[in-house]
Design a protein around this ligand. Structure first.
Ligand code: FAD
Length: 404
């Protein structure tokens, strides 16, 4: 038995290994990752790690987990090619590895920006622990930081570095923050609160080029011609899925490695999960590629079950969180296609939730510092329960009673 090889030791890959054992898989489980660390939690990197000089990475599982569960974790190794027909992998440094099942959990990487000056030192993006260490080091030498991109990562970093006393400017190309990921009222609330702590936000603006001194970035020039001093420029304009390995092996790609409801790619013994996988979402019927810890870990659990011969379809309720300064944003469901909404709570108190509807169907809830609404939302959507807007307006206690 060659067992299961998992490529990528991030949130998805590590959970897949753990779930295989929890589900009773007794063959070899080999977990390959091209980073040299013990696999770690990514979300703290942008929220706390980069401002805390002594913060340590938070391992997803302790070292003893891998040996104790007979998971053969191989750090610092890259898979260079897949021979799908022969079920073999080419391993960096030479050699090959055979598999019965392959799980591709290769994640995503920051989207690059071709800019004049983007090769200067001090121009960075944040995906890995190595990136976070570099940002922490550069931050020590930087009074002024420019962040390109007003999405979740860019705004989390902006709030974190502002709290560490840096002058932070966020440059966002479109006319609002957070893309279409959240309702406009949340985007403008986030903007106001970031501005109140001194983050400068330029929307409808791009960066035309970067200036340097002695090989190190010194300023960003906006499309409006303004010169923004910057000893560090962070590019946070989204990610691209790591699909090249699969693509070269002839596996179908569609904005990610395309998988079915059991996480199988176009080659059935090769599965894909996490940020790298795209699929038709059961909740909306639309094709998606989600980037969240929830999506990575729930798909990993299902992939393990598929390998063990179960046929359940993916049906996890999607949820996500982001901490931007003093705002805990929590999202549950998928709210695109909504046509009305109900607001609960108080914006001035920095505590409110937005319940999104398509007709009479509850699509999802976006909360700011109202974790109870979020948890209740996960229960309601998980149970297929869609309260009327009137029931929602009655407040959480009435809703809980209706759900019970
Ligand atoms: P990854 O975690 O990216 O892991 C993929 C791994 O595979 C990487 O280590 C990569 O190097 C490796 N790899 C790729 N190709 C190969 C190869 N050929 N050979 C060997 N190894 C390979 N999500 C939330 O829900 N909430 C948050 O608050 C949140 N905050 C975040 C903050 C930051 C700074 C970042 C970067 C992400 C955040 N996310 C958050 C997103 C979340 O971390 C991702 O959705 C999650 O990491 C996806 O897991 P994954 O295993 O698919 O990919």
């Amino acid at each position: 038995k060659n067992g299961v090889v998992i490529v990528g030791a991030g949130h998805a890959g590590v959970q897949a290994a753990a779930s295989l054992r929890e589900e009773g898989y007794d063959g070899p489980v080999i977990l390959i990752g091209d980073e040299s660390e013990l696999p770690y939690h990514k979300p703290p990197l942008s929220k706390t790690f980069i401002k805390d000089p002594i913060a340590k990475p938070q391992p997803l599982r302790g070292e003893a987990f891998y040996s104790g569960s007979a998971i053969d974790y191989r750090p610092g190794v890259r898979i260079e090619a897949i021979d799908a027909g022969a079920r073999r992998l080419d391993v960096s440094g030479g050699g090959s590895l055979a598999f019965d099942h392959l799980v591709l959990a290769t994640g995503a990487r920051p989207r690059l920006l071709k800019l004049q000056g983007s090769e200067l030192s001090g121009v960075v993006s944040l995906r890995s622990l190595a990136d976070a260490r570099l940002i922490r080091e550069l931050s020590d030498q930087s009074e002024d930081v420019v962040i390109l991109g007003g999405g979740f990562i860019g705004l989390e970093i902006a709030a974190t570095l502002r709290a560490a006393g840096r002058n932070v400017t966020v440059v966002e190309a479109v006319d609002r923050l957070l893309g279409r990921a959240v309702a406009p009222v949340i985007a403008s609330h986030v903007r106001q609160r970031l501005e109140a702590i001194g983050v400068r936000i330029l929307t409808g603006t791009t960066v035309a080029g970067l200036e340097g001194e002695g090989g190190r970035v010194s300023a960003a020039i906006t499309s409006g011609g303004e010169r923004l001093p910057a000893q560090m420029v962070i590019i946070g304009i989204g990610v691209v899925p790591n699909v090249e390995l699969a693509e070269a092996a002839g596996i179908a790609i569609a904005n990610g490695i395309r998988v079915d409801q059991q996480m199988r790619s176009s080659v059935p013994d090769i599965l894909a999960i996490g940020d790298a996988a795209s699929y038709r979402h059961w909740f909306t019927g639309a094709d998606v590629r989600l980037e969240s810890v929830q999506n990575a870990t729930d798909q990993a659990r299902l992939a393990a079950r598929t390998i063990l011969g179960h046929a359940d379809a993916y049906s996890a309720v999607p949820w996500f969180w982001s901490d931007i300064g003093d705002m805990k944003l929590q999202m549950v469901g998928l709210t695109s296609g909504g046509d009305s909404h109900v607001v609960l709570g108080d914006l001035a108190e920095n505590k409110f939730s937005i319940y999104h509807y398509a007709g009479s169907r509850l699509l999802g809830i976006e909360s700011v510092n109202r974790p109870g609404d979020h948890m209740l939302g996960r229960k309601m959507l998980g149970a297929g329960f869609s309260p009327t807007p009137q029931a929602v307006a009655g407040g959480p206690d009435a809703l809980k009673a209706a759900l019970a």
